[in-house]
Design a protein around this ligand. Structure first.
Ligand code: NI
Length: 245
């Protein structure tokens, strides 16, 4: 069930049975020479939609712009500052919980969102902690790219060429979702360098074509289909465990 395609009465009746919601979240940032700028958002969204087709789970609209300040030296990247991102997450969670949702699960496709998401959750909880009131909701972040099935599958498919940004796994998944947007590019060097992420100009200097440790020329639509199915199982399993808390 998708929030954007539901009426308020349908949301009312969903809330009588179920108070969990999945919020897909990604980023709008460069993904190397053959990766789509929307990779992190379109992948999270697809996995969430697949889960909602298979199970009775409400999916909120995808948050497509995240915290990606370090990608700003590449054309097309759009980022929120951490403070803006945190404020946005707090507002979204506050709105959802005001309607009676108790379990807010962010299905995330971008590593840079993890720290500010957790800070946002602490901001929300601190309102209750400081006044010693019981918090009526819980928040969680589930990174689709870090589930156990995905970990296993990416190891089998790409070994040490997976890397950590513009990975063949995420590029494959985006190609499966948008086969008309598959790109051809030569990777030089074949395997991208590794390093520490800081500001945007430092990032561009260390990782000139945007990739970190990966060889996304290995990406394929066929792999993307397997990755999508495995990620949906990983994420749904994590969501079910979260609901039981
Ligand atoms: Ni990504």
């Amino acid at each position: 069930m998708r929030l954007q395609l539901s009426t308020w009465q349908e949301v009312d009746s969903y809330l009588k049975q179920n108070t969990g919601v999945i919020v897909p979240i990604g980023s709008t940032e460069q993904h190397g020479p053959n990766g789509l700028i929307g990779t992190d958002a379109v992948t999270s969204e697809k996995i969430a939609q697949l889960i909602s087709e298979q199970h009775d789970v409400l999916i909120a609209p995808t948050i497509s712009i995240g915290m990606a300040q370090h990608h700003m030296a590449f054309s097309g990247s759009i980022s929120l500052k951490p403070s803006t991102f945190i404020a946005m997450i707090c507002d979204i969670v506050t709105c959802l919980t005001s309607h009676g949702f108790t379990h807010i699960c962010f299905v995330n496709g971008h590593g840079g969102n993890v720290a500010p998401l957790k800070v946002a959750f602490s901001e929300l909880y601190s309102e209750y902690s400081f006044s010693k009131r019981t918090c009526p909701f819980k928040c969680e972040v589930t990174n689709w790219y870090a589930g156990k099935r995905i970990h296993q599958l990416s190891k089998e498919l790409y070994g040490s060429s997976e890397g950590s940004h513009a990975t063949p796994s995420e590029v494959s998944l985006s190609y499966y979702i948008y086969p008309e947007s598959v790109k051809e590019a030569v990777m030089t060097p074949k395997l991208a360098p590794e390093g520490v992420i800081r500001d945007a100009l430092d990032y561009r200097k260390q990782f000139p074509d945007g990739r970190i440790g990966s060889d996304p020329s290995l990406a394929s639509i066929e792999d993307g289909e397997k990755i999508c199915a495995a990620a949906a199982v990983d994420v749904y399993e994590a969501y079910q465990a979260f609901l039981k808390e």
